[in-house]
Write a protein that binds this ligand. Structure first.
Ligand code: ACO
Length: 325
């Protein structure tokens, strides 16, 4: 039995097609949908997002992020003995993105599955991988967040289509005698299903309901700011640490106003907040590992730093993972 799991490598990937707010606004104007760079920046902090080409899937984006994480960990793909992919935009109804990605990585045999908790997917997946490593079921896990949200956006709805982007982030989580993941705190409340959903399913060869994202932005905003700091505090309490011990807050990147509000509630200066939402938009389950990888590669996050990762999303789901990098 190992005592801890520890992140030993990070990686991320963004599809090359980058759209600024002005470029997106121009494309939407052709369809009679009115928006502006000014509105998007003021309400969300988003300045640009990346959209995958039509034939590029979550497993393609996740594969690139995974390769980079494996390389950063100093491992080979064959060393990986567990793959968990957090996604709400899988390549197929089944099998899982994790199985498709495993094959693209050129390996076979290890357990591979998807985890669906929308924008909280990565903190959920990290928690599951940590538990499997601690139980002895795995020792070198690949935990990935990969999304192509552009596929489920309603480009006639300006209240949602300006908010999201595509991308992937990954970490290698290894068994370790030193910390590591210190604590996590996960929650869900299914009574809020309707405020953020893609209310469709495949039936008899057709999509019943809608295959596009719908959101009550104000309701989501209110719930998000209410739950994020309580999950973070619960994780701190489990690890016997305090807000002042946090070196970096790496929240789900949905809206800069929500992120600022959480940092303020945790009494953290904004310099301790990792922000990538301005360049990526909301990439759902990919946003936290994308932000983490950027923070590691830019030299902000250093070995031994205490990181608070936290996410909130459809379900409603929310949670936090506290770790020593
Ligand atoms: N461009 C221009 N105007 C717009 C746009 C747009 N893209 N979208 C809405 N408007 C207009 C509205 O029509 C409204 O006009 P009106 O006053 O004439 O009716 C006005 O702007 C204000 O709209 P509100 O909805 O009140 O704007 P608000 O300040 O609430 O911001 C937003 C909307 C950005 C969606 C906000 O509610 C929000 O960020 N909510 C949280 C969303 C979120 O974080 N979701 C993801 C979390 S979970 C997950 O990631 C899956």
């Amino acid at each position: 039995m190992t005592h801890y799991s520890r992140i030993t490598g990070t990686g991320s990937y963004l599809p090359p097609n980058r759209l600024t707010n002005a470029q997106l606004a121009a494309e939407l104007a052709v369809k009679g949908v009115e928006t502006s760079d000014e509105w998007i920046v003021e309400r969300t902090g988003i300045k640009a997002r990346h959209f995958a080409a039509p034939d590029v899937t979550s497993s393609d984006l996740g594969l690139e992020a995974a390769k980079r994480a494996i390389e950063a960990a100093g491992l080979q793909a064959a060393d990986i003995d567990l793959i968990i992919v957090a996604t709400s935009t899988p390549d197929m109804v089944f099998p899982s993105v994790a199985c498709i990605l495993q094959h693209k990585l050129g390996i076979a045999g290890c357990p591979a599955f998807d985890l669906q908790a929308v924008c909280s997917g990565f903190v959920y997946a990290l928690t599951v991988a940590d538990a499997m490593i601690k139980s002895g079921a795995a020792s070198k896990a690949l935990v990935i967040g990969a999304e192509v949200f552009s596929r489920i956006l309603d480009f006639s709805d300006r209240t949602t289509c300006v908010l999201f982007g595509d991308g992937a982030g990954a970490v290698v989580l290894e068994a370790s005698e030193t910390p590591g993941i210190l604590a996590s705190d996960l929650h869900a409340d299914g009574k809020h299903v309707g405020i953020l959903c893609v209310p469709g399913h495949v039936s008899g060869g057709q999509v019943l309901g809608s295959p596009l994202l719908t959101m009550d932005g104000k309701a989501v905003f209110k719930l998000a700011v209410g739950v994020l700091d309580s999950a973070a505090r619960a994780a701190l309490a489990k690890a016997n640490l305090h807000e002042t011990d946090i070196d970096w807050l790496i929240p789900h990147q949905a809206n800069l106003r929500i992120m600022h509000s959480t940092a303020k509630k945790l009494k953290l200066p904004l310099e301790k907040l990792i922000v990538t939402v301005d360049q990526h938009g909301n990439t759902s389950a990919a946003s936290i590992p994308l932000a983490l990888d950027e923070a590691v590669r830019s030299g902000k996050v250093k070995k031994g730093d205490i990181l608070m990762l936290e996410g909130v999303g459809g379900g409603f789901t929310w949670g936090a993972v506290l770790l020593k990098y």
